[in-house]
Design a protein around this ligand. Structure first.
Ligand code: ATP
Ligand code: MG
Ligand code: FE
Length: 332
């Protein structure tokens, strides 16, 4: 099937075209309007989606060299995400499908982050474990089949992406903080400072504690030396990043051992983190895992991942009707 997919859950307006499971185009318009606020402003995100969606869809179709009359279905992110942002993509998709008289496919954004692994080779073998780490979620997922997955662990408070972003903000790094912290950490010593790691039962996580501990650490250190942050920026970033990665992978090791699984993937925006990517490679050697790391363009929000998920839903006959509405807290 040839499918047009739309992603509009947060601050990326994206459209992709997929044919026979092969992504032909993946156009992403990142909204710069949020930079001066240091975070995503929901109302501004909705307005920017409304402005971006037509040109992004047009570009996705023309790059793929596909005419809209060639499409077999239109897919969109139903949730989770910001309601106003989701409304733009879902309303567009519903109208477009109605106008073309083709089926609609409603996609779960978090499932899509995982299924991004099925866009290119190598593809993970079922069952595999996926550590999904993004701006709003931190999950350990047991993936039994393309559309059959189970969350076996998750954060009980902040997402790890939030921990990256908030720490970066405290350190005075520009928005978006995660990628900047990653870059700065590369020049630092990960063992320079020690931060406490929240310990939750089972495969769950807690990331609100580290944020507070970094805050008090900085307060304490800058009391004696107001230039402490500037002088130790790389070491602080490297140490915080090291702690976050260690916390994440500890639970993956536990789950892999308990379930006897050696296929391990990472997904979501934070899977772009170079420290996490390297650490996963190291763990692969140590624990004899096959690991799967997404290409950068499929880590953060993109419609390519929505398209590949829609492809599998199409094959299963899993369609939505015109009564479908966005679900900001959609589960799977
Ligand atoms: P969700 O998928 O949970 O709904 P989201 O869509 O906002 O949330 P993504 O786009 O998947 O999240 O990921 C964005 C997050 O990834 C942000 O928190 C960002 O800081 C983080 N991130 C992106 N690149 C890196 C990096 N190199 N290092 C650390 N964090 C990063
Ligand atoms: Mg984003
Ligand atoms: Fe996302």
């Amino acid at each position: 099937p040839t499918i047009l997919a739309i992603e509009s859950s947060c601050d990326e307006t994206s459209a992709a075209v997929i044919r026979g499971g092969k992504v032909l185009s993946n156009v992403i318009a990142t909204q710069a309007v949020h930079e001066k606020y240091g975070g995503v402003v929901p109302e501004l995100a909705s307005r920017a989606h409304q402005q971006n969606i037509i040109p992004v869809v047009q570009q996705a179709l023309s790059t793929a060299n596909v005419n809209k009359t060639d499409l077999n279905a239109v897919a969109f992110t139903r949730g989770p995400g910001l309601l106003g942002a989701l409304l733009v993509g879902s309303s567009f998709a519903k109208s477009f499908a109605l106008g073309l008289n083709i089926p609609l496919i409603d996609v779960n954004h978090m499932q899509a982050h995982i299924l991004a692994h099925f866009i290119d080779d190598p593809k993970p073998n079922f069952p595999f474990l996926c550590l999904t780490v993004s701006g709003g979620h931190t999950q350990v997922v047991l993936v039994k089949d393309h559309l059959d997955m189970e969350i076996i662990g998750q954060t009980t408070d902040d997402a790890v992406g939030e921990a990256f972003d908030k720490t970066a903000k405290m350190l005075g790094l520009p928005y978006p903080g995660g990628p900047m912290l990653d870059k700065t950490a590369a020049q630092g010593n990960p063992k320079a400072f020690e931060f406490p790691v929240g310990n939750m039962p089972g495969y769950d996580f807690s990331f609100s504690g580290i944020k507070t501990s970094v805050l008090y650490f900085l307060k304490d250190k800058t009391k004696d030396n107001p230039n402490f942050v500037q002088e130790n920026l790389a070491d602080i970033c490297a140490s915080v990043q090291y702690t976050l990665i260690k916390t994440l992978l500890k639970k993956v090791v536990l789950a892999a051992k308990d379930l006897g699984i050696k296929e391990v993937a990472i997904a979501g925006g934070v899977s772009a983190n170079s420290g996490l990517r390297q650490a996963l490679q190291d763990y692969a050697k140590k624990y004899d895992w096959n690991v799967y790391i997404p290409a950068f363009q499929y880590c953060t929000d993109n419609a390519g991942m929505i398209a590949i998920t829609a492809h599998y839903q199409y094959l299963k006959g899993d369609f939505a009707d015109q009564y479908v509405s966005p679900e900001p807290r959609m589960k799977f």
